[in-house]
Design a protein around this ligand. Structure first.
Ligand code: GAL
Length: 407
């Protein structure tokens, strides 16, 4: 008998003997669901948080092939591709009907050339291509979902050249989330094509507790809205999302990330300073950096935020640890992200409406007070020299100071 892991033997002890006489090659009834297999990892992809662009935040259902082609061109022309943005993801509303054999088709009025041609175009620019579906019967935009068509859809995506799937959670009825996501993960895996799996159940089923072996990123919150704070119907302002995502830092790591939703940088609802804060917090939280703006029409200020390589390097740091809040004094907060090689990314955040001086002591950063560290301001692109025991600076309202400290 094959040596079984202890967890499986435990299960078998309580299992009935029905089916014990099945042929050798029959499926093992005691096999654990894929998401619980010891040693399973999602798929070996996304060892650093995925970077790319998604159509939803700016274009919602008004997406079409022209938008996708133009965005792919602009990602290259703007330098965003060179800065690391890789995946071009069409969100909801690309789908038409299923054909007579159940295969999904594209909405011909928006995507007359078909999805394969579009994926080829995106690939021709040296970028990767992503698509969206849903674990229920219908997507949130009321297009056909993948429920009951998981393997068929995964095979279709692989034939089209899809590299990334965002998988939503509308119209799922009584489905169990872990089971539904594991089914699609298995279907993607069965294609043999490496496909990043982005899970979007908005934190309703606490995906961080079980999704590490299933997908590469999971949404931790409802939808983001392009505002500094607060809630608008079901959507959350940026700082509210931050507060929901922050405590989940222990669950993130290489290949499996907390996803506080896509970036609103450049969509017009926040100030440039607030967008800098938004981008800094996402990078400190090792969040996926999925831009959501009109890349073809962005201002130089927005481009400078999205392509700040020193901030991106914090997000993409190989250690893969999610940074978090280590001290709070009213509206002043100190955040820390450990970096490979013993360094620290330090974020001093002023949530308030007046300037304030914020101070980080080395003790807050798990560092001995006497330790001398070289400090670099990654927004000013300026070396600040050697610092010991603490670093303090005046921070403007709704702004950050972001510093990389290295031994
Ligand atoms: C929501 C999801 C959004 C977007 C939208 C499409 O459920 O959170 O990011 O994908 O559906 O309908």
């Amino acid at each position: 008998m094959r040596k079984l892991p202890r967890v499986m033997l435990g299960l078998m002890a309580g299992a009935s003997l029905v089916g014990a006489a099945c042929a050798e090659d029959a499926p093992d009834p005691n096999r654990l669901p894929p998401s619980q297999e010891p040693g399973r990892t999602a798929n070996g992809l996304a060892l650093t948080p995925p970077m790319g662009w998604n159509s939803w935040n700016k274009f919602a259902c008004k997406v079409n092939e022209q938008v996708i082609r133009e965005t792919a061109d602009s990602l290259v022309a703007s330098g965003m591709k060179d800065a690391g943005y890789q995946y071009v993801v069409i969100d909801d509303c690309w789908q038409g009907a299923r054909d007579k054999d159940g295969f999904i088709t594209a909405d011909a009025s928006r995507f007359p050339s078909g999805i394969k041609a579009l994926a080829d175009y995106v690939h021709s620019k040296g970028l990767k291509f992503g698509i969206y579906s849903d674990a229920g019967r219908l997507t949130c935009g009321k297009r056909p979902g993948s429920q009951g068509h998981e393997y068929q859809d995964a095979a279709t995506y692989a034939r089209w050249g899809v590299d990334y799937l965002k998988y939503d959670w509308c119209s799922t009825g009584t489905r169990n989330a872990e089971e539904a996501y594991a089914l699609m993960a298995d279907a993607l895996r069965a294609t043999g094509r490496p496909i990043v799996f982005s899970m979007c159940e908005w934190g309703q089923n606490k995906a961080w507790l079980w999704a590490e072996k299933i997908g590469n990123l999971w949404r931790t919150t409802g939808d983001i809205t392009d505002k500094w704070d607060g809630t608008v119907t079901y959507s959350n302002g940026m700082m509210r999302i931050v507060d929901q995502n922050e405590p989940l830092w222990p669950y993130a790591g290489p290949g499996h990330w907390n996803d506080p939703d896509m970036l609103e940088v450049g969509n017009g609802g926040m100030t440039t300073e607030e967008y800098r804060t938004h981008f800094s917090l996402w990078s400190t939280m090792a969040a996926p950096l999925i831009a959501g703006n009109d890349v073809a029409r962005m201002t130089p200020e927005i481009r400078a935020i999205l392509t700040n390589r020193e901030v991106i390097a914090v997000d993409q740091d190989a250690l893969g640890r999610q940074g978090h809040r280590v001290a709070k004094d009213g509206d002043g907060e100190v955040w820390m992200k450990p970096l490979a090689g013993g360094g620290r990314a330090l974020l001093l955040l002023n949530r308030g409406d007046t300037p304030r001086t914020i101070r980080a002591d080395w003790a807050m950063l798990d560092l001995p007070p006497a330790l001398k560290l070289s400090a670099r301001d990654v927004w000013a692109h300026r070396d600040l020299g050697q610092k010991a025991s603490s670093y303090a600076v005046s921070v403007a309202p709704h702004a950050v100071s972001m510093v990389v400290l290295r031994p």
